[in-house]
Write a protein that binds this ligand. Structure first.
Ligand code: DOR
Length: 432
């Protein structure tokens, strides 16, 4: 029997500090003072305890780009960031469009053992947008894939999208769409607006996202399928989602927003530093405000990192040659604290909802996103709400260091993470 005793924690940041005993992977007791022999005793000084975070959108780069990230280094970053489950995107090399690759990712995740790694299966063969991948075979594989996405690319053909939504209905699968009408973003480098124009960069208009979101809501309603919109970036998308959710059509539509779209704007273009290049691009202050509001009121369901590590040579180059994407796993909680908690838009229950409960529900994970309560699985994130820390990309666990928050002082820090009762991270160190 393994026992971990957390001394002085505040579930959801509410009430006086209590002790929380974990036994054999479950929360066994929560009481003002617990005296028990424990294999591990963590003194947490009144820190907030939440259900472990669930990231629906992580790029782990393995197989294929192990120079940017591996399942092991990405899992370390996830554990340090308070995550107990992540969904590994399919745009690897080879693409995760078949049972062999998804089982490989799933197995490597299990061997690493720091976070539950759920492979996302590609919607189309080779992410080519033309031919449906073997979704059912991936679902029936050992990896039991339930989330499918061509992320990095849009499933732009409406008939393919319709078929994917229809087909995955039979086993409760979810199609996670990277909403980008490719005909409107040819050569696009940044948000279409004054800042891109000033630098002579081709624009990525908000309408390229919004037109796909509107179309796919209609298709989800028509088919009764389950649609999830990845990295919502515009105020218009939030409006479309609000309109659609109010209609309560058949099917189900959910959406995520990234930490970077909650904080950063295209004013960053002035730096001309490709660390700020991301897809969809950083938008305007108006968009940021609308996204925060949409997350607060549930129009956007959850936060997902779109953690996108890139090797130095793919980022330290001129803007147009740089790959889009930013690190996110170790900074997500702090950005949510800064943009939502400090702004009075979410309390700690709200943070649990957007970073753990809703993503677990959307993905159909039964043992994640559960309440911090006796008898529940001990998948937990412990957060020091008063900590302030300075981001140093080189010190993050990821192999890559493309953090847009380099040098920034951020509030709130994950001090411990438990996966099924095992401490996977404590005070900035991964535990094996
Ligand atoms: O910025 C991005 N990077 N957006 C995506 O959709 C893909 C991702 C990547 O794979 O690097």
């Amino acid at each position: 029997m393994s026992r971990v005793l957390l001394k002085q924690v505040r579930p959801y940041g509410e009430g006086d500090p209590v002790d929380l005993l974990v036994e054999n992977g479950l929360v066994a007791d929560i009481a003002p003072e617990i005296d028990a022999d424990a294999d591990e005793l963590l003194h947490l000084g009144g820190a907030v305890v939440l259900p472990g975070f669930v990231d629906l959108h992580t790029h782990l780069r393995e197989p294929g780009r192990e120079d940017a990230e591996t399942i092991e280094t990405g899992s370390m970053a996830a554990a340090l960031g308070g995550y107990t489950a992540v969904f590994a995107m399919a745009n690897t090399d080879p693409v995760a469009d078949n049972a062999v690759v998804v089982e490989h990712v799933w197995r490597r995740g299990r061997e690493t053992g720091l976070v539950d790694v759920h492979p996302v299966g590609a919607v189309t063969v080779g992410l080519n947008g033309e031919q449906l991948a073997e979704l059912g075979t991936m679902a029936r594989s050992a990896a039991q894939v339930r989330v499918f996405s061509d992320d990095g690319r849009c499933v732009h053909d409406p008939l393919i999208m319709r078929r994917a939504l229809e087909y995955t209905r039979s086993f409760g699968g979810l199609i996670a769409q990277h909403a980008e009408e490719p005909r409107l973003t040819v050569r696009a480098q940044a948000h279409e607006g004054a800042n891109a124009a000033r630098l002579g960069l081709a624009g990525w208009p908000a309408a390229a996202e919004e037109s796909i979101v509107a179309r796919d809501c209609l298709l989800a309603g028509h088919t009764g399928g389950r649609l999830h919109i990845c990295h919502v970036s515009t105020a218009g998308t939030a409006e479309i989602l609000r309109w659609w959710k109010a209609r309560q059509e058949p099917g189900e539509v959910s959406a995520e927003v990234t930490p970077h779209h909650l904080l950063l704007t295209d004013e960053r273009l002035a730096t001309y530093d490709p660390v700020n290049k991301v897809n969809p691009p950083l938008r305007t202050e108006t968009d940021v405000r609308a996204l925060r509001q949409a997350l607060a009121d549930g129009t956007v369901d959850c936060v997902a990192t779109d953690h996108a590590p890139h090797a130095a040579q793919d980022k330290d180059c001129e803007w147009s040659a740089a790959r889009p994407g930013m690190l996110g796993l170790q900074t997500a909680l702090s950005i949510v604290v800064q943009t939502m908690v400090r702004a009075g838009l979410l309390d700690w229950r709200g943070v649990a909802r957007v970073m753990s409960e809703r993503p677990a529900e959307i993905a159909g994970l039964a043992d994640q996103g559960r309440p911090v309560a006796v008898g529940e699985p001990a998948n937990l994130a412990v957060v020091d709400p008063d900590a302030v820390w300075t981001v140093r990309g080189a010190e993050l666990a990821s192999l890559a260091s493309n953090s847009p928050y380099e040098g920034m002082r951020l509030p709130g820090r994950v001090v411990a993470t438990l996966l099924r009762g095992r401490v996977t991270a404590h005070e900035g160190k991964v535990r094996r």
